[in-house]
Design a protein around this ligand. Structure first.
Ligand code: SF4
Length: 337
């Protein structure tokens, strides 16, 4: 795995306007992604984890510009994606592909698998039909299916097979980056492991870079080199996979991790129950947005937003418990009152 970033994201925001009344007046914003910065190195897997509504899927869509960012910079393979024209972005999508949670919903039920897999090749200008068919057969076999499956329809496959087709479709244009949005969440646990193993094998074979989005830290553990934890549109902790699982710092990460079952029950940590529901992203809590549910809440937490700061090499957290700046913040706060 290289240490050259393939993707660099700086201060990314995606705010959706809330409109009301006959004239659609904007009365507020849902801050789905709120000032997020991160990078992904070539050949690595970054897991992005959080509860539904935390902004992880929106982040994936904004990276592909399926949704336009409100603010921020996205640099992919040396290109500033946010300044590309729609036509240039369409060409660049050849290098960035997505795998979706529900492969059935993303596969056209009226098309054969062969036609579905040929489509990205047609879009990206591979006009020779023989060449396309050869590639379809080749990729069906690469993902563990057979060439004769090209003549079948999506409903003739199991959930796991359909996800293999979704992965084959993403691979058809030889992408560099694959954004996998909850790719195994809809599958049985035994099938999940098979699909994860397949994704790992393909990563090695094709030197792929992955962003792997999931709501469960257990699922991303083995596939991710680094993990970013999101809460209400912000990244609250980023670390190497090993560090994050061995020594989670943010109270939210600690709670998510305590809910992951371990093979030996003697080593199961006591589950930390997070009280309450995820707050309304249209009206997020002040200061640290996790303060309404945090068992370690301090006065400063309701007033000052903690910044993501590095605690040890590659391990950053946004929490006042770890800020050496905490005294300064309190003084700053007292000064502003
Ligand atoms: Fe909890 Fe405060 Fe840390 Fe937020 S900043 S996670 S409320 S201790």
């Amino acid at each position: 795995m290289s240490t050259t970033p393939l993707l660099k994201v700086k201060n990314l925001k995606k705010h959706f306007p809330i409109r009301k009344g006959m004239f659609g007046k904007t009365v507020g914003h849902v801050k789905a992604v709120d000032d997020v910065s991160f990078f992904v190195n070539e050949g690595e897997t970054l897991g992005i984890v959080g509860e539904s509504g935390c902004g992880k899927s929106t982040t994936g869509r904004v990276l592909m510009r399926l949704l336009e960012p409100t603010e921020g910079e996205i640099e992919f393979d040396g290109k500033a994606l946010t300044s590309l024209s729609l036509e240039e972005m369409r060409k660049t999508r050849r290098d960035i592909q997505m795998v979706f949670q529900d492969p059935y919903a993303s596969l056209n039920p009226r098309h054969t698998i062969g036609k579905i897999l040929e489509e990205p090749l047609i879009v990206h200008g591979i006009s020779d039909s023989k060449e396309r068919k050869k590639k379809v057969n080749e990729f069906l076999e690469i993902v563990g299916l057979n060439a004769y499956h090209a003549k079948r329809y999506p409903h003739q496959f199991s959930g796991g097979q359909r996800q293999r087709i979704g992965i084959a479709r993403a691979l058809m244009t030889n992408p560099k980056l694959i954004i996998a949005d909850e790719p195994v969440s809809a599958l049985d646990v035994s099938i999940q492991a098979q699909v994860l193993n397949l994704m790992q094998d393909l990563q090695k074979e094709f030197n792929l870079t992955y962003i792997f989005i999931a709501h469960d830290l257990g699922v991303v553990r083995h596939i991710s080199d680094r993990v970013a934890v999101m809460y209400l549109g912000k990244m609250v902790e980023v670390a190497d996979s090993e560090q994050l699982y061995e020594k989670p710092l943010h109270p939210y990460t600690q709670a998510l991790l305590s809910a992951v079952p371990v093979p030996d029950p003697d080593f199961q940590k006591e589950q930390i129950i997070i009280e309450g529901d995820i707050p309304n992203p249209a009206d997020p809590p002040t200061g640290c947005t996790f303060h309404t549910r945090c068992p370690f809440k301090m006065d400063i937490c309701t007033k000052v937003t903690p910044q993501l700061t590095e605690q040890s090499t590659g391990h950053s957290v946004a929490c006042h418990l770890y800020e050496s700046q905490v005294d300064n913040d309190i003084k700053q706060l007292e000064g502003s009152l």
